[in-house]
Write a protein that binds this ligand. Structure first.
Ligand code: AHG
Ligand code: MN
Ligand code: MN
Ligand code: MN
Length: 335
């Protein structure tokens, strides 16, 4: 209908969050201001990613990060953009980024009540070949007025007040939860606005896709090996699951959220804590999965109940459709 073509009731992400905020009369809009600065960072990275090939933004930056990974130019650029945007918001006190060895403590005059942990560019290995990449973030509140310390971000994921990711793919989608469900916003480049396109995303209870790097199979432990075997050679006469693995957590998790299934980055003999980082990969994605009706498990416990001791700590992670994760929990329980 003509009306649809020219929808006038545009639900932008800012309006959506303002609506949410109106439920907290005492709030002074700090979260809305913080989010608008995260959104600015995502718009910048989206534009940089889209012209990376043209703007000579692919290739290495010639540095390596604390993770021992060679930093790509886009890793460094997006990290700089997010740090500057978050500090200038005047709403943050502590920042943790995958690309910075130490936490950033905001100068007193610009401090605010939030602490943000983020992966400025997730899936860096996919930048140079044009495969989807993303940004992941999680938000804690600072619950004191003393000098901020890393203790303010070494908290369990169950204390996060919001989490989200932005995926730079065929379209630019920002998926966010502030604790009342999961909502997807698509960037309309002609407006420069993220418009609500996927309200209240719920993950199917069961899926027929498993997502893991099969190249690590020789190093997996028993339960993971058994589970993947079950996906490929089901004993109960059901169909084998499909394997889909992009290698960018944001893309693999986004597909899992929309289509159902399970994403696994297990521990293995080489890396007993797996590869993915607790604060800015495992926690935000686990938060979103639970908010969408799924779950997230570390092999030992509910992922959000982990208490990190170091800002770049890693953990194995199994997340996705509720029933699929239940199956792997049962296998670890037998251990
Ligand atoms: P990052 O690019 O931020 O370092 O993260 C890469 C991560 C994650 O995006 C993905 O799920 C995982 O690395 C893929 O690891 P493998 O290549 O070992 O499968
Ligand atoms: Mn990295
Ligand atoms: Mn990452
Ligand atoms: Mn990264």
């Amino acid at each position: 209908h003509a009306a649809d073509a020219h929808r006038t009731d545009l639900m932008t992400i800012t309006r959506f969050v303002l609506n949410e905020q109106s439920k907290y009369p005492e709030s002074r809009g700090d979260f809305t201001i913080l989010l608008s600065h995260i959104v600015l960072g995502c718009k910048f990275v989206c534009s940089a990613v889209n012209k990376a090939g043209l703007a000579k933004l692919i290739g290495l930056a010639g540095e390596t990060n604390i993770q021992g990974e060679e930093q790509k130019k886009l890793d460094v650029l997006s990290n700089d953009v997010f740090v500057k945007a978050l500090v200038s918001s005047g709403r943050t006190s502590v920042l943790v980024s995958e690309e910075d060895e130490e936490a950033t403590f905001v100068e007193p005059s610009k401090r605010g009540k939030y602490c943000v942990v983020f992966d400025p560019l997730d899936g860096s290995s996919n930048i140079d070949c044009g495969v989807s990449i993303g940004t992941i973030f999680g938000i804690y509140t600072l619950d004191h007025t003393d000098e901020p310390t890393t203790e303010d971000v070494l908290k369990p994921g169950n204390e996060m007040v919001a989490a989200g990711y932005c995926m730079y793919g065929s379209s630019c989608m920002l998926v966010l939860s502030t604790g009342t469900g999961v909502h997807g916003f698509t960037l309309d480049p002609s407006l420069g606005e993220f418009i609500l396109t996927h309200p209240d995303i719920k993950i199917p209870n069961k899926g027929n896709i498993y997502s893991v790097n099969e190249g690590n199979a020789q190093n997996w432990d028993g339960p993971t090996t058994k589970y993947v075997e079950k996906c490929k050679f089901p004993k109960d006469g059901s169909h084998a699951k499909s394997l889909r693995y992009v290698g960018s957590m944001v893309a693999d998790v986004h597909r899992t959220l929309l289509y159902g299934g399970i994403f696994l980055y297990p521990a293995d003999k080489k890396s007993p804590n797996g590869k993915l980082r607790v604060l800015y990969e495992v926690f935000p994605m686990s938060f979103l999965m639970e908010q969408a009706g799924g779950q997230a498990f570390t092999g030992k416990k509910r992922a959000l109940d982990l208490v990190p001791e170091k800002i770049h700590e890693r953990s194995p992670i199994f997340l996705g459709s509720y029933d699929d994760v239940e199956e792997i929990k049962a296998l670890y329980a037998e251990e």
